[in-house]
Design a protein around this ligand. Structure first.
Ligand code: ADP
Ligand code: ADP
Ligand code: MG
Length: 440
């Protein structure tokens, strides 16, 4: 096992990983930007190295500096967290080149699955159903032709996109040319790759994803599904496990399909296979995320498996000590993302407690939130034996949360989980479009 790990991230996920290391008896090295000197992950790690300026490009996205910090502190492995360099194949390769273990899949797998077009083709070859759509489109003319075949509305998607960015809805032919040009040049700027493909816009659908672990010996175990249909601008706001729309039979099918997808790609470590599911319970692969997901805690709560610890063990060559048959999805877990609506300083801070209430955050009283990074402040996660009780527990937990000094979406989240459609489990990815509560 490793004796020292560097965490190449910040915020709540860096803290989540530091905690796992502490429980495993592994020393930790934090890296931080000049804007993050006062951040909690720096205080909680055993050592900390400043790696550059506030802008992510100068620090958390600077692979060379991070590798140098790992070598200088004699860390053996690097955990990338999510976002930043976590899905960057070049960074994974750089770690390997310097004899450091990248805690994630091999560079080749990251690059294959990170190319959404290549991933779709691999899935089709392996009998995994994908959303109806095209391969890479050469130009707007080809897009117009393809959309005539598929039928409007369609989505044009950047093959290199992620985090809800690089996706555009096109409803009419007259909008296609412009949409294609702007989306493609935006993708070229944001991801360094302007290649676009098209999918039929499916509606109404649920976003259902399967969390899995794959060890170096080829064992794959799925940890049930998460439903993440509550989204704004294709970004998740509320996640839960199990999905109220998934029966035990569908769960088995989903997990078998996800395992097939992982096997086909030669997957190792923790990964998530994302599907869209229609009202007839047909499901279609949309992409595979090769990182630890933001919403991983809900799967931990319902399975009792610590995903981060297993990421570390798998990277160290430890085989999974449980099989698919050992996994029981029990009870119900919900996560609400708490996002800032603007800059601020945490003047007063109170977090809820009680059994099975978990608030993963990097906030503390007096903390000045740097304006350079993601707006997510924390994740409220609750677990209960029934979904009904979990919803009440979440309402209570969110009501207890006090964050003064920074505007955030806590009130909106309370309204969302109190919504009749959410309570019934009868909700789809278009939920926020028709949701009135949050604007009040
Ligand atoms: P989610 O957790 O909502 O499913 P993803 O898994 O796509 O989102 O990404 C996880 C995190 O990484 C999010 O914070 C997201 O903003 C960020 N992220 C992922 N891909 C990119 C990208 N290509 N550009 C910028 N940020 C990204
Ligand atoms: P990202 O890499 O940014 O996470 P995804 O391909 O996973 O992009 O899509 C993000 C979200 O966009 C999905 O969760 C879903 O809500 C919506 N979406 C993606 N593809 C489709 C589709 N073909 N039809 C309807 N909605 C879609
Ligand atoms: Mg996605």
């Amino acid at each position: 096992m490793f004796t020292k790990i560097l965490i190449a991230n910040r915020g709540e996920i860096a803290i989540r990983i530091i905690r796992a290391c502490k429980e495993m008896g592994i020393a930790t090295v934090a890296v931080y930007s000049q804007a993050d000197q006062e951040s909690l992950h720096v205080a909680l790690a055993d050592e900390a190295v400043c790696i550059g300026g506030p802008r992510a490009e100068d620090s958390y996205l600077n692979g060379e500096r991070i590798v140098s910090a790992a070598l200088a502190t004699h860390a053996q492995a690097i955990h990338p967290g999510y976002g930043f360099l976590s899905e960057n194949a070049g960074f994974a390769a750089l770690c390997k080149q310097y004899g450091l273990v990248f805690i994630g899949p091999p560079a080749e797998v990251i690059s294959h699955m990170g190319d959404k077009d290549a991933a779709r083709r691999l899935m089709k070859e392996n009998g995994v159903p994908t959303t109806p759509g095209t391969d890479i489109l050469q130009d707007a003319g080809e897009a117009v032709e393809a959309a005539r075949q598929i039928g409007y509305p369609v989505l044009i998607k950047a093959s290199a996109g992620g985090g809800g960015k690089g996706i555009r809805l096109v409803e009419r032919e007259e909008d296609m040319e412009r949409a294609f040009q702007t989306a493609s040049s935006e993708a070229a700027k944001a991801f360094g790759d302007g290649r676009m493909y098209m999918e039929k816009y499916l509606d109404p659908v649920k976003h259902i994803e399967v969390q899995l672990l794959a060890d170096q010996e080829g064992n794959i175990v799925c940890l049930g599904e998460r439903e993440c249909s509550i989204q704004r601008n294709n970004q998740k706001l509320v996640e839960e496990s199990p999905s109220p729309g998934v029966s035990p039979e569908i769960r088995r099918e989903l997990m078998a399909t996800a395992a097939r997808a992982a096997k086909a790609s030669g997957y190792v470590n923790a990964g998530t296979v994302e599907f869209l599911m229609d009202q007839q319970k047909n499901f279609y692969f949309i992409e595979m995320n090769t990182q630890l997901q933001v919403e991983h805690p809900v799967s931990e709560q319902v399975t009792g498996v610590d995903i981060v610890k297993w990421q570390i063990r798998i990277a160290a060559g430890v085989p999974l000590d449980f099989t698919q048959e050992d996994i029981r999805v029990q009870g119900a877990a919900i996560e609400c993302r708490i996002n800032a609506k603007g800059p601020g300083r945490v003047d007063f801070f109170h977090t809820p407690g009680g059994p099975w209430v978990r608030f993963d955050t990097f906030l503390y009283q007096g903390y000045e939130i740097p304006p350079y990074y993601d707006s997510m402040l924390g994740k409220m996660i609750v677990y209960s034996s029934t979904r009904e009780e979990a919803i009440r527990k979440m309402t209570a937990a969110l009501s207890e949360l006090v964050v003064w000094g920074t505007q955030n979406n806590t009130e909106d989240q309370i309204e969302i989980i109190r919504d009749e459609r959410f309570k019934k489990g009868d909700y789809y990815t278009d939920f926020m479009k028709t949701f009135q509560g949050g604007s009040r």
